[in-house]
Design a protein around this ligand. Structure first.
Ligand SMILES: Nc1ncnc2c1ncn2[C@@H]1O[C@H](COP(=O)(O)OP(=O)(O)OP(=O)(O)O)[C@@H](O)[C@H]1O
Length: 510
């Protein structure tokens, strides 16, 4: 629609063209469309395809060709994954039609220009011929010459004008030709691209169709599977229902049996309650009788306690008397033991002539005659060769027992080598060990030869026995040491690691 003042009115997104557009006007409208297009393109969130979708399709008639071409290339450049939506395809087709239409109008325009050029040329020829005619006429009057000259000048000016117009027309023609070539090549490339895109689109469509078919097949298979699973699970449900039914029946049976059992248990419980009642009564009776017995026992215990007190007093008195007897017997007592001949000494003659009951010992020196050959010794007691280890110990036992009443006692053996000190004090083997290692003597208890136990072992045995019997009244701590004095050196015989440790050492407690 043309405005009164000749200006073009453009509304948003819609460009209105005059019926016969001039090149300047076309340029102006193209610029406007380009601006609109660029505005849409600059909108980063919207794609050109979407922009096109937003545009009125009628506006294509009014858009400049160059803008339409750039629009098509933009769409083709923007296509992603080779996909072209149908709406855009329709639009593209329309754009192509518009471009083709314009090309045909431009062709007609070029034809018209060519015709007008031809006309101009014929007019020029006519004018040239006319000029030649006028030149011939110039030989006539000067006035006529002047008129003719003026006309000639006019014709020349017109000729120059026409010449300029011709040149402009030629230029336009060249430009249009060039534009036509460019547009045609662009159209061919666009057609090729469109063809390729369509091909791709068709391929994708077929691919999608095959995929759809495959998916359908898969879905059908899955449906079948699901149906099978459904039937299976129905079966399973039926089985489970049957199983649960049987279980319920079993539980019911069990419940009945449990109820019976419970009834039995309750009955048993009742019986037990009755029996526990009677037991309680019996316990009460027993308690009563126990209480009475306890009272009786208490009385008896009191009597016993007083008797024990008296017993202790008597015991103390007895001990006192016993130790007094030991004192009376003498604080220092000397016993003599005569050992028998050792095996192999049978032929030797004894020097012991007489052993008295009260400790007399008569020794004879057979090399001397008379009284010089005899010597009498007096001891507390003399043990002959037949005296046993027990007899020896029985005489020392009262002294040993005094230890438990707090008295210090010392029993030691004295005599020449081989006289029987170790034998008397300790139990020894018949085979004599080397002198340097007395520990190797078997001095410990040997139950198989109790009769050979020496004073030492018997004394310790007796002391432990008494201390055990008195444990309710007294507590005893017993310690032991065993030393040897040999070659003026005192050695601890209870050290059994072979280190020959010198006395004093830590000792041993039992
Ligand atoms: N009353 C006895 N009856 C039998 N054998 C005995 C008696 N007394 C000692 N003997 C024996 O005499 C030997 C010498 O005894 P024993 O070793 O006890 O003497 P000793 O005095 O300890 O010697 P030493 O001082 O050299 O150690 C041993 O073989 C021992 O068995």
């Amino acid at each position: 629609m043309k405005h009164r003042n000749g200006k073009v009115r453009a509304s948003a997104g819609l460009v209105l063209l005059p019926s016969e557009p001039t090149s300047a006007w076309l340029h102006h409208v193209g610029q406007k469309f380009h601006e609109v297009f660029q505005l849409n393109q600059s909108h980063s969130d919207l794609s050109s395809a979407r922009s096109l979708g937003m545009m009125n399709l009628n506006s294509l008639d009014n858009a400049p060709t160059q803008s339409l071409l750039s629009l098509v290339s933009a769409i083709l450049g923007e296509k992603q994954n080779g996909e072209i939506p149908p709406r855009v395809e329709i639009l593209l087709r329309k754009v192509m039609q518009e471009i083709e239409r314009r090309l045909s109008t431009q062709g007609e325009h070029i034809k018209k220009l060519k015709n007008s050029l031809r006309e101009v040329l014929s007019r020029e020829e006519r004018l040239v011929s006319r000029a030649s005619v006028l030149e011939t006429l110039a030989s006539g009057s000067n006035e006529e010459i002047q008129i003719v000259t003026d006309q000639l000048q006019k014709i020349k000016a017109e000729k120059v004008k026409i010449e300029e117009e011709r040149k402009l027309g030629e230029k336009d023609l060249l430009r249009l030709m060039k534009e036509k070539d460019g547009v045609e090549s662009a159209i061919s490339t666009l057609k090729q691209e469109l063809k390729a895109t369509r091909k791709k689109y068709e391929e994708q469509c077929t691919q999608l169709e095959t995929q759809g078919r495959e998916a359908q097949v898969k879905l059908q298979e899955r449906l079948k599977e699901v149906e099978e699973q459904l039937t299976e699970s129905r079966k399973r449900v039926e089985e489970l229902e049957a199983f649960s039914e049987s279980k319920i029946q079993r539980w019911n049976k069990k419940e009945i049996s449990y109820e019976k059992f419970l009834a039995c248990q309750l009955q048993a419980l009742q019986e037990m309650k009755l029996s526990s009642k009677s037991a309680k009564q019996e316990i009460l009776i027993a308690k009563k009788s126990w209480r009475e017995e306890f009272i009786n026992l208490g009385g008896k215990l009191k009597g016993l306690a007083s008797a024990a007190e008296k017993y202790h007093v008597v015991l103390e008195e007895n001990r006192k008397l016993y130790n007094e007897v030991q004192d009376l017997k003498g604080n220092i007592r000397v016993y003599c033991r005569v050992r028998p001949f050792l095996p192999g000494q049978v032929e030797k003659q004894t020097t012991v002539e007489y052993i008295g009951e009260n400790g007399e010992l008569l020794i004879v020196n057979r090399s001397k005659q008379g009284r010089d050959g005899q010597r009498m010794f007096k001891f507390n007691k003399v043990f002959g060769p037949t005296a046993t280890q027990e007899e020896i110990f029985l005489d020392t036992r009262p002294l040993v027992r005094s230890v438990l009443d707090g008295y210090n006692v010392c029993i030691f053996a004295y005599g020449q080598t081989g006289s029987g000190k170790t034998f008397t004090m300790f139990y020894v083997l018949t085979k004599s060990p080397p002198k340097s290692s007395l520990l190797s003597y078997q001095t410990g208890p040997d139950m198989s030869s109790e009769e050979h136990w020496g004073v030492n072992y018997r004394a310790l045995n007796d002391l432990f026995h008494i201390s055990r019997s008195r444990k309710d009244t007294y507590g005893y701590e017993v310690g032991a040491q065993m030393v040897e004095i040999y070659n003026e050196q005192v050695r601890d015989l209870l050290i059994n690691d072979g280190s020959q440790k010198r006395y004093p050492s830590a000792g041993h407690s039992f």
